[in-house]
Ligand binder design. Sequence first.
Ligand code: PEP
Ligand code: MN
Length: 230
Amino acid sequence: MQTAEAVAAAGARILRGGAYKPRSSPYSFQGMGIAGLKLLRKAREATGLAIVTEVMSEEDVDLIAEHADLMQVGARSMENYSLLQALGRCRRPVLLKRGLTATLEELLRSAQVIAMNGNLQIILCERGIRTFETATRNTLDIAAVPVLKTVSRLPVIVDPSHAAGVRSLVPILARAATVVGADGLIVEVHPAPDHALSDGEQSLTFEQFRNMMVDLQPYFAIKEDAQSVS
Ligand code: PEP
Ligand code: MN
């Protein structure tokens, strides 16, 4: 609830919270499930933020669609075609994250599976891919934004948090994403990142998030230019 209030005050429009978490390790915190969905709804009522949360299984689509405004497909599920088909039949927009080792063509193929099943409301998300580089958690493929925007009309957003893996790099990658024309950013924020149950190292404090939002203002203007260049 604190995070919802803080990010709304700083200008965020949507709150992403994972009630069902596909963690890298099966021993890590796996999410709060239905209790988490209820908290997200409460946060929406308190702040007016729309809610996006991950759906991991086709069996959960109806339940999550009742609680969320946007359905997230995580990187690990990008090729789960039965999930994508179920989301195609669902009325909620879908936030489709690029798989850890997926090409842009494969990402678009997954988007097509959703679209062919009747749902054209799809947002694509570049969240960093796996390369030989280990300095960052994943390698942010910044070219993905202009490439995807050239070949498709779908909105493209960037997740600098999962790309960077450390909070110090998040604001500068957010800037880069804005300059190349990203339609949005998805950024992890926590009231006390060092105590977070998930991804604390890459979560911004409230103050860092506020500063990032201020820093990005001039770059939104450049984003408009990037759109006219392409
Ligand atoms: C997330 O956005 O909550 C997440 C788990 O990220 P990804 O699926 O990109 O690893
Ligand atoms: Mn995370």
